[in-house]
Design a protein around this ligand. Structure first.
Ligand code: SAM
Length: 329
């Protein structure tokens, strides 16, 4: 079992399989001038499989595949099929923008993918284009319907952006009336790849909740599952539920059970840290399994208490400017 120096058990890894994405969401990436990582610098599939096997050996039982957009990496389905056979790995979840996912849904179901987070910030096609700079709203909606049809647990993730999509919050929450879906509203974080537009957070978790309560005064608080990053609610009688993720306010760090691996193999013990060591380099230098395990144990023995401490320790106080796609959202 992996524990950190604050006594938190670590059983969940978020693995970013690419930094590439076919959308250009303005809160995540600049429109142009992105320096993608060279293919050779990405973890190879063999390296990722070895990594997942090692982590499962150490007590990780849940993997989330993310990126960049996971499905823009070639042979992604083969990789998923492969890791789905690792014994001890209980759950594989995926975070996707849904632009190319709909035709894959039956196969994802067959592989045993339990839950998919679908990123969708608006129900309005024109606004979708403004936010993502790509005209593929219908493709994402097709994925949403395919996921429901195939009974894959679906969570919609919407970043709440001041002056952009706050009119969408109520209509999106209303999706939970007839669909067994979780709609989760996320505080915007500074990871936009530019570091220029992010001044301060206008919509924190409290303000999001206040707005929801204007439309749903009888909104009920649900009991949050252990290690939940969302505060969860439900409108009585609705089929789905509503979550609010205080990603910037960082109210959930106390129970954090997760680590992140970036597309180049960097270990992040916190979304806000600077990277602790590089697993790809270790592997390519010929490290043994035991050496890699020991390095994980040491890294977790020096983990920041929370995202505020991690941020303070990084870059000597310089602001965060990375894109979520290069960290793994
Ligand atoms: N391409 C996939 C997708 O769109 O879901 C996976 C990667 S994406 C970086 C993962 C999640 O990070 C998305 O839900 C996205 O909205 C979220 N995200 C990206 N930048 C963010 C930011 N600055 N603040 C909050 N969430 C952000």
């Amino acid at each position: 079992m992996l524990y950190d120096n604050h006594g938190r058990k670590i059983n969940y890894v978020r693995l970013a399989v690419t930094d590439r994405c076919n959308l250009r969401c303005f809160y995540c990436m600049p429109e142009e001038g992105i320096n993608y990582v060279d293919k050779h610098d990405l973890l190879s599939y063999e390296e990722m499989i070895r990594l997942v096997e090692l982590l499962v050996d150490m007590g990780i039982d849940k993997v989330r595949i993310t990126g960049g957009e996971p499905f823009v990496r070639r042979d992604m389905m083969d990789f998923l099929r492969h890791i789905s056979k690792i014994s001890g790995l209980k759950q594989i979840n995926i975070t996707t923008n849904g632009t190319t996912t709909a035709p894959l849904v039956p196969e994802l179901k067959a592989i045993g993918i339990k839950s998919i987070n679908l990123s969708m910030d608006t129900l309005d096609p024109a606004r979708f284009f403004e936010i993502t700079r790509r005209n593929v709203f219908n493709e994402v909606m097709n994925t949403f319907h395919a996921l429901l049809e195939h009974g894959i647990q679906t969570k919609i993730n919407a970043v709440v952006m001041d002056g952009k999509n706050t009119d969408d919050l109520i209509p999106m929450a209303e999706l939970t009336k007839n669909h067994p879906v979780s709609v989760r509203f996320i505080e915007e974080m500074p990871f936009n790849g530019e570091g220029n537009h992010y001044q301060e957070l206008h919509w924190n978790h409290r303000r999001i909740l206040e707005l929801l309560k204007t439309a749903f005064p009888n909104l009920e608080k649900l009991t949050d599952p252990p290690n939940s990053t969302s505060y969860n609610y439900q409108v009585p009688g609705f089929k789905g539920d509503i979550g609010i993720i205080a990603a910037y306010s960082r109210t959930f760090c106390g129970t954090c059970n997760r680590i992140r691996i970036t597309p180049q193999g960097g270990l992040r013990t916190c979304l806000y840290d600077n990277g602790v060591f590089n697993i790809r380099d270790l592997m390519r230098q010929g490290a043994s399994d035991q050496q890699i395990r020991d390095t994980f144990v040491t890294a977790l023995g020096n983990r920041a208490k929370d995202g505020w401490e991690a941020e303070k320790n990084r870059n000597f106080g310089l602001p965060v400017t990375e894109s979520m796609a290069t960290i793994g959202g």
